[in-house]
Write a protein that binds this ligand. Structure first.
Ligand SMILES: NC(=O)C1=CN([C@@H]2O[C@H](COP(=O)(O)OP(=O)(O)OC[C@H]3O[C@@H](n4cnc5c(N)ncnc54)[C@H](O)[C@@H]3O)[C@@H](O)[C@H]2O)C=CC1
Ligand SMILES: O=C(O)[C@@H]1CCC=N1
Length: 280
């Protein structure tokens, strides 16, 4: 939580789905001024829930939410972003907002162009632990973003957790592949460990508690200090013990390659999303 959070300018979230809810929850929890938050969301139930839960102003259309807001957070799916931006282009040229896009793949140049050109765009790639303030966000600013704009974007995303600036926009697809999608990899590991425990005879509740608390405890150890993950792993691995048997099995089965290929697939998909949504 930063002291600057309450002084964020008026922010319009365009799209009030999962990630917008996580970010809004973070800003509200951090003491941000809810009166300065507007959300455009076409789905009635989502819109009503955002208003009920956070007391933010809600709209069923993007333009009235964006009118007068200094910051626009684009939180729609990549596949609809072009249409959303083109509908807001006139307003963007009149208002010159700071645009923060959380859409996977879509580049700052595409967004600036779809909004009519010359727009300050920050690409942000948060992740769902933002809901607990335990997220991490990669941030990239295009050349039109000034120091004040960078501060606003950082402050906004810091309410969801840590932030990391990325200088080369091409690497935002790698950020997405590691941390944007990353929680799903950990959830997959959790599912697999619970299922494996059950397969070995543990009761489902016991397997769940054992696996999930192990992941939580390990994550806390990983972030407690600078001890490398490999060293923490070594400390668990007694010579010729049970862990060594498991790690050797992972290595034989190509665990490192499996993870590297999955991260690469996510990165490549980011590039594809950019290209697929830019056809004339
Ligand atoms: N879910 C995740 O873990 C992460 C998602 N993202 C990015 O965040 C963006 C949103 O993803 P989610 O929140 O997961 O999707 P979502 O589907 O939950 O939210 C998108 C929302 O946009 C609304 N919407 C559609 N058209 C609209 C329009 N014309 N005006 C205003 N709202 C409109 C939809 O009704 C929906 O509620 C995507 O671009 C995704 O790449 C980024 C980081 C992590
Ligand atoms: O799966 C996706 O495309 C989005 C971006 C990162 C996490 N969810």
């Amino acid at each position: 939580m930063t002291d600057a959070t309450p002084s964020l300018p008026a922010i319009a979230f365009i799209g009030g789905g999962n990630m917008a809810r996580s970010l809004i929850g973070g800003v509200v929890k951090a003491g941000g001024d809810v009166a300065s938050i507007r959300v455009a969301e076409p789905v009635d139930a989502l819109r009503d829930a955002l208003h009920a839960d956070f007391n933010v102003q809600v709209f069923d259309d993007a333009a009235p939410a964006a009118t007068g807001a200094e910051v626009w957070v684009l939180a729609v799916k990549p596949q609809v972003l072009r249409e959303v931006c083109e509908a807001l282009a006139g307003l963007a040229q009149a208002q010159r907002p700071l645009v923060v896009s959380i859409a996977a793949g879509i580049t700052s140049a595409q967004i600036a162009r779809w909004l009519g050109g010359g727009i300050a765009v920050v690409r942000a790639m948060p992740n769902t632990p933002a809901l607990l303030g335990a997220g991490v966000t990669g941030l990239y600013a295009n050349a039109a973003v000034d120091a004040g704009g960078r501060d606003i974007a950082r402050t906004l995303l810091e309410s969801a957790g840590e932030t990391v600036w990325i200088d080369d926009e091409a690497l935002m697809d790698a950020v997405t592949a590691v941390s944007g999608s990353g929680p799903a990899y950990v959830f997959l590991l959790a599912e697999t460990m619970v299922d494996a425990g059950i397969a070995e005879g543990l009761a489902p509740d016991a397997a769940r508690t054992l696996a999930l608390q192990t992941i939580l405890g390990a994550a806390r150890m990983l972030t407690a200090d600078d001890t490398p993950a490999a060293e923490l792993r070594r400390r668990v691995t007694s010579p010729n013990g049970t862990t060594q048997a498991a790690i050797e099995s992972f290595e034989r089965d190509g665990f490192r390659d499996i993870v590297a290929r999955a991260v690469q697939a996510a990165r490549v998909r980011g590039v594809e999303l950019s290209a697929a949504n830019d056809e004339a």
